[in-house]
Design a protein around this ligand. Structure first.
Ligand code: ATP
Ligand code: MG
Length: 384
């Protein structure tokens, strides 16, 4: 069995590690000169919409998946004509456009922040009248890590905000004064079976995820079960196959869906150590038609810290007793004293705001001193 993966970044790498564990080879398609996923599989180096490259990928593989949602419609269509593409077009189309996504969620009974379509100064004025300020103007297409977003403090800033996002089609969203952010990952098999991991609390700074934690502190049982129910309902409504992630804002027992990702997700990286079956393995299992693994926790507590901009130094990791994973995803022998902390480096050069690795801590109960010490050595991470 050979799995084709569009995208060869760190998500592709971690999917490839899980696939190899199941005896499945991966072939990646990615135009970049070098890719993290090169550590675990062969790659066709070409643009995502290159017809010859897509034909070669389809010929070499049994099923296709992807690590990012901005798969060009033409590529998805040309692949789907000859080979299963999972998750399918419903999931891609819905998550590629924030307006389509928010309408879809609202139509399926999932609460979302107030929003309004914005195409120009006139529709932004109408949106401000309806939603008020402060609000966030977000491009409909192509945003990630807070890119393509601008906070609108008052109506006077409207035309500057339009300029700031390059006049692209957008939505205006009410600024939500949430208590916390959380995500729920679900996986759905070809046969429609679903499994969910417990909700994860996420902390962002400057629009970028810094820290994830499970069980999610501050999430009430009611909010937690509402999020899981919404995520399962969304996966079913999309006839989704694979992992689906739903990001939420939590206000007391109330939850509002922020966005969906039809794929494995940064907030789910802690499942590698924390869960019986991690998000990558269950995604591979789902898209290749294998039975799903259990999503139960193996530890009482898990925390993930993102390394952003630069990696922690090897000596700082060694001094702190942190294991490091090798290209095959295995924590190297003798690299750590405490089995509780593992660093996954993506072999990426340092660059401002770039995710270059993550560190996961697991224990029955994590000592806050331990997590604070580790947060101090991981560039870009935040302490609780
Ligand atoms: P990513 O790809 O990292 O998930 P993104 O660029 O797709 O991010 P969003 O998830 O929409 O963008 O927003 C990034 C972060 O900005 C959110 O996690 C949240 O912290 C903040 N944010 C976004 N929308 C709102 C809102 N309506 N009210 C308050 N905060 C918001
Ligand atoms: Mg987001």
């Amino acid at each position: 069995m050979t799995l084709g993966i569009l995208g060869g970044g760190q998500l592709g790498w971690m999917l490839g590690i899980a696939a190899r564990r199941l005896g499945i080879e991966c072939v990646f398609l990615d135009p970049a000169e070098s890719c993290t996923a090169d550590l675990v599989g062969e790659r066709i180096r070409a643009a995502y919409d290159d017809p010859d490259a897509l034909a070669e990928l389809a010929r070499r593989c049994d099923v296709i998946t992807y690590e990012f949602e901005n798969v060009p419609a033409t590529a998805a269509a040309s692949l789907a004509a000859t080979i299963p593409v999972r998750p399918g077009w419903n999931s891609l189309e819905t998550s590629q456009d924030r307006l389509v996504e928010k309408r879809f969620l609202a139509e399926h009974g999932v609460p979302v922040p107030p929003f309004h379509a914005v195409d120009d100064v006139a529709s932004l004025a109408a949106a401000i009248t309806e939603i008020g300020t402060p609000a966030i103007l977000k491009t409909r297409h192509g945003g990630y890590d807070g890119k393509g977003q601008v906070v609108l403090r008052d109506a006077d800033a409207a035309s500057d905000a339009i300029d700031a996002i390059g006049g692209r089609p957008a939505i205006l969203e009410a600024m939500i004064d949430f208590d916390l952010e959380a995500s729920v990952l679900v996986v759905r098999g070809v046969d429609g079976t679903t499994k969910a991991w417990p909700p994860i609390r996420n902390q962002h700074a400057a629009g970028i995820l810094r820290r994830s934690e499970c069980p999610a502190p501050g999430v009430s049982p009611r909010a937690g079960s509402a999020m899981v129910e919404h995520a399962v309902r969304i996966a079913e409504a999309l006839d989704h196959v694979g992992v689906l992630t739903v990001e939420f804002f939590v206000i007391g027992d109330e939850v509002l869906a922020n966005e969906i990702a039809p794929r494995v997700h940064n907030s789910g990286h802690l499942t590698i150590e924390f869960s019986e079956t991690d998000q990558f393995e269950n995604h591979v299992r789902a898209v290749t038609g294998h039975p799903l693994g259990p999503t139960d926790a193996r530890h009482g507590h898990g925390i993930m810290l993102n390394a952003i901009g630069d990696s922690p130094s090897p000596s700082a990791l060694a001094d702190a007793g942190v294991a490091v994973v090798d290209p095959a995803g295995v924590a190297t022998e003798g690299s750590h004293r405490n089995g509780d902390a593992v660093f996954h480096g993506y072999r990426k050069a340092a660059r401002v705001a770039r995710k270059v690795g993550h560190l996961t801590i697991t224990a029955d109960s994590i000592d806050p001193h331990r997590s604070d010490t580790l947060a101090a050595i991981v560039p870009g991470a935040v302490a609780d």
